[in-house]
Every structure is written in structure tokens, then in C-alpha cells.
Design a protein around this ligand. Sequence first.
Ligand code: FAD
Length: 305
Amino acid sequence: MLYDLIIIGGGPAGVAAGIYAARQNLNTLLIAKSFGGQMTRKSVDIENYPGFEKISGLDLMQKFEKHLRKNKIDIEIDSVSKVEKVSGGFYVSATSGKQFQSKAVIVTSGADPRPLEVPGEKEFIGKGVSYCTACDGPLFGDKEVAVVGGGNSGFEAAISLHSYAKKVYILEFSPQIKADEINQKLAQKYDIEVITNAAIKEIKGKDFVDSVIYQDRKSQKLITLNVQGVFVEIGSQPATSFAKDLVEFSEKDEIKIDPKNNMTKTPGLFAAGDVTDVRWKQIVIAAGEGCKAALSAYEYIINHG
Ligand SMILES: Cc1cc2nc3c(=O)[nH]c(=O)nc-3n(C[C@H](O)[C@H](O)[C@H](O)COP(=O)(O)OP(=O)(O)OC[C@H]3O[C@@H](n4cnc5c(N)ncnc54)[C@H](O)[C@@H]3O)c2cc1C
């Protein structure tokens, strides 16, 4: 079947694009690995999305998904592996082997956690190495864990982990902590141990993680910290691999868009939210950008048949 529009991603940008596309009567398919995106990765509350003074990322995302499903839209839970430009539109392939066709595409695939890229990291994913406190935090009851990254994300992860784990460390590469004062105060209150100047060298274990080795960048000494969990919180990288031949990238590997209409360098291929070079990365912005992209795609489809 030839869709008018395929939306890739089920975070705030993709859901908003889906609602707007359906309301424009576009025959639309939304493909997402899962609903939620980044805001479901941690059990932090969201306090800056209008209409909700305080709501958990999971609850807000469930509301988004419910709202989307009220509309006439096809939904596939799958991972997109390739987008190709063909005559009259696009082919979108998924890892399941399915292939879909549409006149226009909106990429809203957000960002994936940035990996540490040290020995042991890949090997122990799901065996002590995690990128999602909300998902895996409860598995570390009474264990000792390290959070790598001393920004707000790292501190928020550590603060939520302290309610399960026996001991929580934060390991930060730089000499200074960049997290907000309020997060630093909470970490102090919960006895979270913050170690600066720590360059992670290796994650070790047998079947599961039993330690992380870091180099103290001042003394150059290698130090072993006995922990059973390592939570990586060193930022994110745009999830763009499937579209790389069709778009231009910023120096941060974000998809470059025309800020007026969210179009990429390929006519008919739009992008919105954290995957793009939009200046600020926030839920309300991603939702607004998704809306802009859907309305622009509608205009494009009307004008290009
Ligand atoms: C821990 C944390 C806390 C945050 N707290 C706040 C906050 O309090 N307030 C705020 O405004 N913002 C917050 N943010 C930022 C906010 O979450 C993001 O700006 C927002 O989620 C971006 O939405 P998005 O739709 O662009 O991308 P994402 O939320 O990243 O969603 C991407 C979607 O694409 C899907 N996807 C990815 N690759 C593929 C593929 N190949 N095929 C199919 N689907 C794919 C994913 O499964 C997901 O559904 C926070 C972020 C983090 C990490």
C-alpha cells in the first residue's frame, strides 16, 4: 500500500506529528521501536510540560500514545533500518524485513544514549551495564552501583537509584560538576559519593559486572571500584543511521532542517525533534516541531500529488 506519510519514531515529536497528520486526513503509518523515547528512560518527573504541573515521563508518554491511538493512523512497532528515495516517494525498510512505501517521510527518531566505548561495556549490557535507570534501577536492590556522568542526567539517575541501591557513586571525567545546584544538594543529602577527574578505562566481571576501573586524571593511578551496576549517562547521539544518504548533518551529527518547514535536503523528507539541529531539546519543543513537520508534509503532499 502507498501511504501518504510515514513517521519514524514514537516520542513526543512522532506522536504530535501523527496526531496532526491524521487530523489532516493523511493516510499515515507511524513506525517506532517503542513508544516513549527519552522521557521514559528515567523515573524523573516532568515539571515543564504545559498542563501538567508534575507528571512522570512514563505517565505523560502513555497519555501521548492513548491520544495518538484515538486517531485514524496505522502503527507498526518495528525498527527502521533504511529509508530510500524512489520515484514518487520513499521506501522505508524495517529490521523485521517489512517494507513500506509513502509519498513523504518524517524522521523523529530522537537520540540514543552515547556509549562509553570502553572494554567490557558492550559485553555486559543487560548484565550490569545499563542506559536506563527507570527500566533497570529496581534490579539493583541492595547492590553498589556507579553512574558515569556528572551532568543533570547523571545526578537524576543517581538520585533515583539511591532508593534501591546500597551505595551509589557518580563518576565524572572533568574536575568540575556541571549538574544544577538542586541536584548536587539532593545527592549530598542521599550520601551519593561524587568522584571527579575519573576517566573510565574498563568494566569487568565474570557473568555479571563486578567492578569498574577508572584512572584518576590527577594522580594517573588506576582505581578499581567494586560495583555490580554501571549506569551510563554521558549524553546522547542522534539516531540517524538509516537516513544518512539523504540528509546533511550538523557538526553534532544532527539532521539539518530548514527551520521554516522542517524539510531536509531531500524534498519530501522531513525531520523533527531531538534528531534535528533544532537549538533546544525539550518535550514541548519536540512536540511543536512534530506538528510543524506534519503540516509541512501535508502541504508538500497536496502540492506534489
Ligand atoms: C533523562 C531525561 C530527562 C528529560 N527530562 C525532560 C524534562 O523534564 N522536560 C523536557 O521538556 N524534556 C526532557 N528531556 C528531553 C526530552 O525527553 C526530549 O527532548 C524529547 O523526548 C525529544 O523527543 P523526540 O520525539 O524528538 O525523540 P525521542 O524522545 O528520543 O523519541 C524517539 C523515538 O524514535 C524511536 N526510534 C529511534 N530509532 C528508531 C528506528 N530506527 N526505527 C523506529 N523507531 C525509532 C524511539 O523508539 C522513540 O520512540 C529529558 C531527556 C532525558 C534523557
